[in-house]
Write a new protein. Structure first.
Length: 318
């Protein structure tokens, strides 16, 4: 089978076809792919320019799954192709595929900054549109630490920085979980209240920052929403418990300042931060807990096990 000339970038051949059979330049294949889509997908700008002159409307025509030439260009980072499409079919830059992914979403996901800038100029609201799972371009940018992408989104669709996905996870949750401090700072400016929003299972950005030892992220959260450093997840686990369990001394100090009472709170099975620290011999963590929640050092879990029990069993003499 002979492959489409637009797909392979044969501009001279395409010019001959454009003169002899101009209508074929907008004719789709069985799956809905058009010459314009294939040219955009492969970054063949000269081919796309020929098609734009003869069949400009085809630059906005989607294939069967809803993907447009703009979608393919943005997905693959073909900036010049996207510019041509923006002139011929500007509204198509905001059209989603049937799974709800937009050109903006794909540009952010794949780190194509210049494509994002073009979309932001033409259809800025597209940078705030979520996919079916609820994830927004801001979510993807925060998850991956794409600070420049996030800066573009803040200008184009600032409200999207506080929008959670279907599981309740927000952009700030992802930034805190993965230790992307700069992204967290940017979100703090645009959507500060989101720093305390838990996901559906009750886990907060503070809890994830403490669990993974992201000290700078935890400091930012403590400054904006200090109460969230004491908030338990649905299973009763607090940032203090994770910090003690993992031996995160500096994280535990920050929590002790912001939410001191949480250092004595047990999770649903009765285990306390003191029990976790004693279990693995995290002496410095145990000292911090002793200062703010000394009574918890004698508190048993639901099984009856105490911090003294696990320290003796595991040989942690200190």
């Amino acid at each position: 089978m002979t492959e489409p000339k637009a797909q392979n970038g044969h501009t001279e051949s395409l010019e001959i076809i454009a003169q002899a059979a101009p209508e074929s330049l907008s004719a789709p294949a069985n799956n809905g792919e058009t010459p314009a889509l294939l040219a955009a997908q492969n970054g063949h700008t000269e081919s796309l320019e020929i098609i734009a002159k003869v069949a400009p409307e085809s630059l906005g025509t989607p294939m069967n799954n809803g993907a447009t030439p703009a979608f393919s260009a943005a997905q693959n980072g073909h900036t010049e192709s996207l510019k041509i499409i923006a002139q011929a079919a500007p509204k198509s830059l905001g059209i989603p595929r049937k799974d709800s992914a937009t050109p903006a979403f794909m540009a952010v996901q794949n780190g194509h900054i210049e494509c994002q800038k073009i979309i932001a100029q033409i259809v800025p609201e597209a940078l705030g549109v979520p996919v079916n799972s609820g994830e927004t371009p801001a979510f993807i940018a925060a998850q991956n630490g794409y600070t420049e992408s996030l800066e573009i989104i803040i200008q184009a669709a600032p409200k999207s920085l506080g929008i959670p996905g279907n599981d309740g996870v927000t952009p700030v949750f992802m930034a805190a979980q993965n230790g992307h401090t700069k992204c967290l700072e940017l979100i703090t400016q645009a959507a500060p209240k989101s720093l305390g929003i838990p996901r559906n299972n009750g886990e907060t950005p503070a809890l994830m920052a403490a669990h993974n030892g992201h000290i700078e992220c935890l400091k930012i959260i403590a400054h904006i929403v200090p109460d969230s450093l004491g908030a338990p997840a649905n299973n009763g686990v607090t940032p203090a418990l994770y910090a003690a369990q993992d031996g995160r001394v500096e994280c535990l100090r920050i929590i002790a300042q912001a939410a001191p009472s949480s250092l004595g709170l047990p999770k649903n099975d009765g285990g306390t931060p003191a029990l976790m620290a004693a279990h693995d011999g995290y002496t410095e963590c145990l000292k911090i807990i002793t200062q703010v929640a000394p009574e918890s050092l004698g508190a048993p879990a639901n099984s009856g096990v105490t911090p003294a029990f696990v320290a003796a069993r595991n040989g942690h003499a200190e």
